[in-house]
Ligand binder design. Sequence first.
Ligand code: PGA
Length: 250
Amino acid sequence: MRTPVIAGNWKMYKTAGESAAFVKEFLPLVAGVQGVEIVLSPPFPSLSIVGALTAGTNVGVASQNVHFAAEGAYTGEVSPGMVKDAGARYAIIGHSERRQYFAETDESVNRKVKAALAAGLVPIMCLGETLQERESGKTFPVVERQLRTGLAEVSAAEAPKVIVAYEPVWAIGTGKTATKEQAQEVHAFLRGILKELFGEPVALAVRILYGGSVKPENISELMAQPDIDGALVGGASLKANAFAGIVKFK
Ligand code: PGA
């Protein structure tokens, strides 16, 4: 019913040359894969080369961020239209590292989600609780606030295009994956909120990815959960073999 999405987030790794070398190694490894949306998210300077090398293949490209304006005096920022022009079809928005180090808020995430949709990009909207929030029993209210505010003013017609990525902050880059039960519990909760917001058909159509220390060894059990529709992968997406292993989770 929902096509799974496996997206690699390279963060601030790989020059344009290194990105091109990755794509050349990776494409043959996943050439036969069907029924999975495969996405690579390189840093901005590599978008064009990765876009060009993957054009016409089964691999799509995401930017790691976008600004909410179409253009303007915003030194250092990049607009949705610019990343689309460089070959991106998706935009990661509101990654916890952006929230933590670059002062992104639920409100700025919402502006970016709307801007990405308006530009014809698929937003991959990230949310998730910190360790302190989990330990103090705030996981559900935190992710509910992030989801509701992040999707404010998004219409039921646009909502199915959005991909949500649940990434518990304590699981990112730590080697500490959420258990399949912990992840499924939050995914089911998020789908319930989507149902309240947009109705059941939309809630059943939105892909909800899990992110946080996903590896070839744990992807299958995560994907076997009814509400986990894919993964956003950091560290393990930097090596073509490991990422191909995750893409071929079936
Ligand atoms: P990780 O990162 O897979 O290295 O934990 C996930 C992410 O930040 O999207």
